[in-house]
Write a protein that binds this ligand. Structure first.
Ligand SMILES: CCCCCCCCCCCCCCCCCCCCCC(=O)SCCNC(=O)CCNC(=O)[C@H](O)C(C)(C)COP(=O)(O)OP(=O)(O)OC[C@H]1O[C@@H](n2cnc3c(N)ncnc32)[C@H](O)[C@@H]1OP(=O)(O)O
Ligand SMILES: NC(=O)C1=CN([C@@H]2O[C@H](COP(=O)(O)OP(=O)(O)OC[C@H]3O[C@@H](n4cnc5c(N)ncnc54)[C@H](OP(=O)(O)O)[C@@H]3O)[C@@H](O)[C@H]2O)C=CC1
Length: 502
């Protein structure tokens, strides 16, 4: 069998969602590890007065592409930017672009989606389901097509505790739902959304489940595969450790905890946290594209791309390693010293929310108001509490996934491909990885300079002294009131003072 890089040589690849978190890493890896690909057809929507080409040029300015720029000088010529808004009928493609895609494409990676948990159902259906259907419809007219790889999520069927690597029956026939909601007013759809979602926690996972069944239906017409990653976080090794550029999933909480803002959240310390590095997912996607095209399996193969079954890490481990890293390598200008804890108790979380989030925020906002500035902390906490509330469904529960197809695929790879497109997380050292993840968040999300770490440490010391002073004053104040109120305490205090001077 051809190696993975040999298979992609001379191929025209269509990618949706290339400007997103995973899409960028996919583009980088394809161009670096499969340098002989013919062209990348990138479907991008025009945004903020930027053409698709401008958007790709901007994307390439990211540090992510620095290694690629060292090894290749002509990779920019491989891009074919195509204007396409997936929310529009016909994917917003011009007739010429549609014809060009039909004539040339060999492999499709469909990454685009709305990943917001609170997306209104109609919009989530339009993008995650209807656009997938339209893309599959277009793919039917591509005579050269060898593989269609659809990116789903390991939580698409989170209504099951154990998730097999099979396509589950759709909770509702996608086309019937699409056509019945089409004529409904948005407010009516909002009213019935919770009932439609049934066992699903949000519109994101629900629509990803529907999309899978549509992909599966097309599996009879051409070669399709579904990759289901769990919670995608910073890169493990490629193109360099710790790369991450967004606050989705755990990263927002990690940054907020590092800044000393987030101090409590609901999570089960003993539950497996199924996080997976982005480069591992991309390697699996490329291997899945290769296998689907070369072996042409009879049905749609599903690859659960998770870590918990092979090399588990618990939420409690994550809490400890993040806190310890941010004490050694602090973030700049922290609001308070990083000191955050997960709790599985609702009441305890409410208590700490009040005393470690809201009370300090109120005090700081009062200080800002008095000094003539705009208050901001209560607003920030409102956003954080909303985000945490949406994420908690996943941090207080635990799932397991089958990995039969992933294990089979691993077995098909040559020793060289296993090196170059590694998706075996058995050797991942979580402690080292979490440290790189925290540093990556500091450098690439917050754009902080590592040279400023001494100043950041100094700032934490200042915060510690302020904290000790405040605590001492509070203690003296409480004690004073207590003594004033209670004769027993007063007598005790006099006894202690007199015996210490006797
Ligand atoms: C305390 C102890 C700590 C210890 C140490 C901590 C270590 C790590 C801890 C791990 C904990 C467990 C996590 C379990 C995760 C499971 C996920 C499984 C998912 C399944 C996997 C998938 O298949 S994958 C798709 C995942 N899909 C998302 O993950 C999107 C979510 N997201 C939204 O659904 C929208 O984002 C939402 C939030 C509505 C706001 O919506 P919105 O309209 O109000 O506002 P925006 O989105 O515009 O964001 C407004 C501002 O919130 C900022 N922000 C956005 N997200 C944020 C976030 N997560 N945490 C903080 N801050 C966030 C943003 O940066 C803005 O900041 P600013 O205003 O300053 O610009
Ligand atoms: N991140 C994660 O933890 C996980 C993600 N996944 C899946 O991986 C895939 C990629 O996720 P991720 O990269 O994190 O998501 P991002 O939100 O970072 O990227 C989404 C991409 O979709 C594009 N897109 C959104 N709306 C449209 C539209 N109307 N027309 C054209 N393009 C559009 C975005 O383009 P634009 O730049 O124009 O906004 C962007 O390129 C998704 O299918 C997601 O479900 C699965 C498991 C976990």
């Amino acid at each position: 069998m051809a190696s993975i890089a040999d298979f992609y040589a001379g191929k025209n690849i269509l990618i949706t969602g290339a400007t997103g978190f995973m899409g960028k890493v996919l583009v980088e890896k394809l161009l670096r590890s499969c340098p002989d690909i013919n062209a990348l057809y990138i479907l991008v929507r025009p945004k903020a007065n930027q053409s698709p080409k401008d958007r790709i040029d901007n994307m390439l300015k990211s540090k992510l592409f620095s290694k690629l720029k060292e090894v290749s000088t002509d990779f920019q010529q491989k891009f074919v930017p195509i204007s396409s808004d997936l929310m529009q009928p016909g994917l917003g493609l011009s007739t010429e672009d549609e014809d060009m895609l039909k004539a040339h494409i060999h492999v499709i990676f469909h990454c685009a989606a709305t990943i917001r948990f609170d997306e209104p159902l109609k919009r989530a259906l339009r993008l995650n389901v209807a656009a997938t259907q339209e893309l599959l419809g277009l793919a039917e007219h591509m005579p050269k097509l060898e593989a269609f790889i659809h990116i789903s999520t390991a939580y698409a069927h989170c209504n099951h505790k154990h998730i097999e690597d099979v396509v589950y029956p759709s909770p509702v026939e996608p086309n019937i739902l699409l056509s019945s909601l089409e004529w409904m007013d948005d407010s009516i759809v909002d009213d019935i959304t919770l009932r439609l979602l049934a066992d699903w926690p949000n519109t994101y996972t629900f629509t990803k489940a529907l999309a899978e069944s549509i992909v599966n239906q097309h599996g009879e017409k051409f070669n399709t595969a579904i990759v289901r990653p769990s919670i995608i976080v910073a890169s493990w090794r490629e193109p360099f450790p710790g790369w991450i550029d967004n606050l989705n999933g755990p990263s927002g909480v990690l940054v907020a905890a590092g800044k000393g803002v987030m101090r409590t959240m609901m999570a089960d310390n003993n539950a497996v946290a199924d996080i997976i590095p982005v480069d591992v997912v991309i390697n699996l996607m490329l291997a899945a594209g290769w296998y689907t095209a070369v072996q042409r399996p009879q049905s749609t193969l599903v690859y659960n791309c998770t870590t918990g079954g092979v090399n588990p890490i618990l939420w409690g481990d994550i809490e400890r390693s993040v806190m310890s890293t941010f004490k050694q390598i602090p973030l700049d200008k922290a609001f308070r010293r990083p000191n955050a804890n997960f709790t599985s108790s609702y009441l305890s979380n409410r208590f700490w929310n009040l005393f470690t989030h809201k009370v300090p925020a109120l005090a700081y906002d009062t200080y800002l108001r008095l000094s003539g500035n705009e208050p901001m902390m209560m607003k920030l906490y409102k956003k954080l509490h909303k985000a945490a509330g949406l994420l908690e469904y996943f941090s207080v529960r635990q799932w397991s996934w089958s990995s039969k197809n992933l294990d089979m695929l691993k077995g098909q790879l040559s020793a060289e491909d296993q090196q170059n497109f590694n998706f075996d997380v058995g050797h991942l050292n979580w402690l080292e990885y979490m440290e790189k993840y925290c540093i990556g968040a500091k450098k690439y999300i917050l754009n902080e300079d590592m040279a400023d770490i001494p100043a950041a440490k100094q700032h934490l010391k200042k915060l510690r002294n302020i904290c000790y002073t405040c605590n001492t004053l509070l203690l003296v104040f409480v004690w004073h009131i207590f003594i004033a109120q209670s004769q027993v305490a007063n007598d005790l205090w006099s006894y202690m003072v007199s015996s210490s001077f006797a």
